[in-house]
Ligand binder design. Structure first.
Ligand code: NAD
Ligand code: UD1
Length: 340
């Protein structure tokens, strides 16, 4: 019988791509989401792509009652915990919302899983837990020292999960520290659909290219990088989804808590990204250099050795595929899921 995976936040950007990958790998999936930052349409489209139905509960990870009822009914073999809030600026303005959703939500999920005796989980962490680099590339032994509230909620949730693993010999967890997820499924049916003005580079570029916004502001060109603009480690969301399937296999096989970076190990600057997007879309991306964004780092990228050794996973998709798939999604859905 197929193993059952409970996916919180499964309607979101990374969640929907992972649900697609899990269904294709023949797992039985149940999504738990309050659709705070996503649309049920994403799940309908995943069903269109796979033909597989997706059990769904509309519920809130802040509610122990919602979570318990859904976990008790589904009896998962493992959970993937995507549900959370992720905007750095908002986390500074509304810290209690972030601690409640990201930390208390994680405690609630672990409690609900404990009650079922189901102690395997994959957690959406972030490269942001490392903070300012002491050295690059970041490896998993790099000190954890996040410089914003969002990052601190992720670091705390990691600690909670690690302690839970230590307390329960049969518990298994994989903390996946994502670098910069971008791109979309090759079908163009699911993708990133930020509400309002995008904070992140790739969705902003895509909206400029499609004519929804006039020009990109490049935040600083005086960093110590090849061309002075900020350098990041972008990872295709379909590669990231495969990393989750590998992580689920791993936690189902063995107990213990482990962490892995998920990136490509290659830094790409803002200017390199603009040029790659122009090539992939055959459109101009007008831009203007403005001041640095407060709190930004010049450069960061991952060491990917551990993911290769522990998960047997490595990225397959290059910068062109990241841009081309984003463009395909953006063109087919200029207003995201609001188009239907
Ligand atoms: P997303 O906002 O698209 O997905 C998060 C999902 O969680 C959404 O479907 C949202 O509706 C749901 N959710 C939010 N609050 C909830 C609540 N209280 N109860 C139930 N569901 C709730 O974001 P994403 O980019 O897919 O990110 C998924 C996870 O990965 C998040 O935990 C995020 O912090 C983490 N992460 C994301 C990035 C990134 O750049 N996208 C980088 C590192 C880590
Ligand atoms: C942001 C978050 C980080 C999160 C990551 C995941 C902040 C401070 N950090 O980081 O916690 O884990 O997203 O995706 O928000 N840029 C522009 N113009 C824009 C937008 C971005 O020039 O309109 C530049 C930035 O200065 C940076 C690069 O593009 O150099 C990437 O920015 P972004 O996509 O926001 O990601 P991060 O800065 O890595």
């Amino acid at each position: 019988m197929a193993q059952r995976i409970f996916v919180t936040g499964g309607a979101g950007f990374i969640g929907s791509h992972t649900v697609l990958a899990l269904l294709r790998a023949r797992y039985d999936v149940h999504v738990f989401d309050n659709f705070h930052n996503s649309s049920p349409r994403a799940l309908r489209r995943v069903t269109e792509l796979t033909g597989a139905p997706i059990g769904t509960t509309e519920g809130d990870v802040r509610s122990m009652r919602d979570l318990s009822a859904a976990v008790d009914a589904f009896r998962p073999d493992a959970a993937i915990h995507f549900a959370g809030l992720k905007a750095v600026g908002e986390s500074e303005a509304e810290p209690l919302e972030y601690y409640t959703t990201n930390v208390q939500g994680t405690v609630n999920l672990l409690r609900a899983m404990d009650k079922q005796g189901s102690r395997r989980m994959v957690f959406s962490s972030s490269a942001t837990v490392y903070g300012t680099p002491s050295y690059l590339p970041f490896d998993e032994a790099h000190p954890i020292n996040p410089s914003n509230t969002y990052g601190r909620t992720k670091a705390m949730a990691e600690t909670v999960i690690r302690d839970w693993c230590h307390a329960n010999g049969d518990a298994g967890a994989m903390l996946l520290r994502y670098f910069n997820p971008v791109g979309a499924d090759e079908s163009g049916r699911i993708g990133e659909d930020p509400t309002g003005r995008p904070d992140n580079l790739m969705p902003f570029i895509a909206q400029v290219a499609v004519g929804r916004r006039q020009k990109l502001s490049v935040f600083g060109d005086d960093y110590d990088t090849r061309d002075g603009t900020g350098e990041r480690d972008y990872i295709h969301v379909s590669d990231l989804a495969r990393a989750h399937v590998a992580a689920v296999e791993r936690v189902l096989e063995r107990p213990g808590c482990d962490s892995c970076n998920v990136g490509t190990g290659q830094g790409v600057t803002v200017m390199e990204m603009i040029r790659a997007f122009e090539r992939a879309s055959n459109r101009r991306v007008p831009y203007k250099v403005v001041d640095r964004r407060a709190g930004d780092l010049g450069s960061y990228y991952a060491s990917t050795e551990r993911a290769r050794d522990v998960l047997g996973w490595s990225p397959e998709m290059d910068l062109h595929e990241m841009c081309a798939s984003t463009w395909n999604w953006q063109q087919q859905n200029p207003n995201g899921y609001r188009d239907g």
